[in-house]
Design a protein around this ligand. Sequence first.
Ligand code: ADP
Ligand code: MG
Length: 254
Amino acid sequence: MGRIIAIANQKGGVGKTTTAVNLAACLAVAEKPTLLIDMDPQANATSGCGVQAVEAEQGNVYHALLGHKTAASIVRPTEIGHLYLIPSHINLTGAEVEMVSMIAREQKLEGILEEIASGYEYIVVDCPPSLGLLTVNALTAADSVLIPIQCEYYALEGLGKLLNTIRLIQRHLNPKLQIAGVLLTMYDGRLNLSRQVAAEVKSYFGSKVFRTAITRNVRLAEAPSFGQPIVLYDILSPGAQNYMSLAGEVIGHG
Ligand code: ADP
Ligand code: MG
């Protein structure tokens, strides 16, 4: 059974998708069979792996969540060996609404993964910027949650709500859910603000903070427009080095 890691934070723009795509790609580069699942209707992880909307429309995560297609039929290979993708699609924003009336609506992704998880060592799930049903599905299916925190103003704002959701899911839906760790993103060591936020996050989360911080790196922001994870776009960039180091920590956690 693959280890399932949800990348979650209900704030937008904190680096969830960048982390999901690049952590998954780096795990694959380390020859770990890895499945990336895009649970966000914005489908940024999908396009970030070079899959166009017209292709994703044919078979994506919502077809599986709603029971219209098997999970195996929507998995795609990517340009990176060992990296597979279940895409998302913008047209299916309505699927979340459709799911609300379904029985065991929180456990749809868990059900999908039971069919296919044995084929992978790691499964990385990119969550949308909300604590709605799609994120709840991800947290219910996951072994652990990785929380990216942007080194910016109000970094810790809203985290109480996320931690509370995690506790509720541990209590009612998924007792095995753990916090994989907190990841500092868009860190800039030259800025007082970045250093202050990092110190604050470390004093709050202690040993749960990954040793690797993701520094601000323009190559990470450019790569998605070429449909490439950073290890394809610019393997020598600091961003690629940071995400390889994060993958090493994730693998080391066992
Ligand atoms: P989320 O999925 O949480 O909304 P994204 O991963 O899409 O966040 O990141 C938000 C924006 O910041 C994107 O334009 C992305 O390319 C950019 N970005 C993310 N991480 C970095 C980084 N370390 N350095 C520079 N830009 C980054
Ligand atoms: Mg995103």
